[in-house]
Design a protein around this ligand. Structure first.
Ligand code: DC
Length: 207
């Protein structure tokens, strides 16, 4: 793989979105928030009233929808930027993201997105280092104590965060795992800038 890809993984509240966005902005690289894609599908599932156990219908929706994540999150042209961070989507997204056919559809889009970029990319999300881009130039796994992650996610109830962690780690398809060879950074006591610095210094030695 000649393209430079930095893939950043980790549980909710580990800082991966902030760090990935900051790193991409600093380097002028394209950035993809894959969680926003699963969240957008979930918003559409909720809008259309599909049942969360209707996997076939949800899979069809995921295969056919049009998703954008920048500058705002949209699905089929509908702006869901705020909605995707709301309680309803938080509560349902793990179930949607656990459907194998949904993952197949999203992973294909994520790889196609990277292929279409003219330069280096930063990709962030739960299976980006293990499944989507296992051969990424640099794989980063961010972690932090549960207390700190819950503090950072002050818009999400700590109990809900814990349940989502568990659901994401326990699911049979693409569970949250540290990829072999990933740079592991505990961000509990680190500033965003310090984490970005550490990734950049590792990147200098791996490119
Ligand atoms: O990173 P996030 O909190 O925005 O992710 C939202 C949900 O989507 C979360 O439950 C994990 C799931 N997800 C996933 O299964 N695979 C990804 N590549 C990204 C997110």
């Amino acid at each position: 793989m000649s393209r430079v890809i930095v893939a950043i993984d980790g549980p909710g509240g580990s800082g991966k979105s902030t760090v990935a966005r900051g790193l991409a902005a600093r380097l002028g690289w394209a950035y993809l928030d894959t969680g926003a894609m699963y969240r957008a599908v979930t918003a559409e599932v909720l809008r259309t009233g599909l049942r969360l156990d209707d996997e076939d219908a949800i899979a069809r929706l995921a295969a056919a929808c049009v998703i954008a994540t920048v500058p705002r999150v949209t699905i089929n042209g509908r702006d869901v930027h705020e909605e995707v961070r709301g309680d309803a989507v938080n509560a349902a997204v793990s179930a949607v993201a656990a459907i194998p056919a949904v993952r197949v559809a999203m992973v294909a889009r994520q790889r196609a997105w990277a292929d279409a970029q003219p330069g280096a990319v930063v990709v962030e999300g739960r299976d980006t280092t293990t499944v989507v881009f296992p051969l990424a130039t640099l794989k980063v796994y961010l972690t932090a104590s549960f207390t700190e992650r819950a503090r950072r996610r002050d818009d999400e109830d700590a109990g809900a965060l814990g349940r989502r962690d568990q659901a994401d780690a326990d699911r049979p398809v693409s569970p949250l795992r540290r990829a072999a060879g990933a740079l592991v950074i505990d961000t509990t006591n680190l500033s965003v800038e310090a984490v970005i610095e550490e990734i950049q210094s590792c990147l200098r030695t791996s490119t």
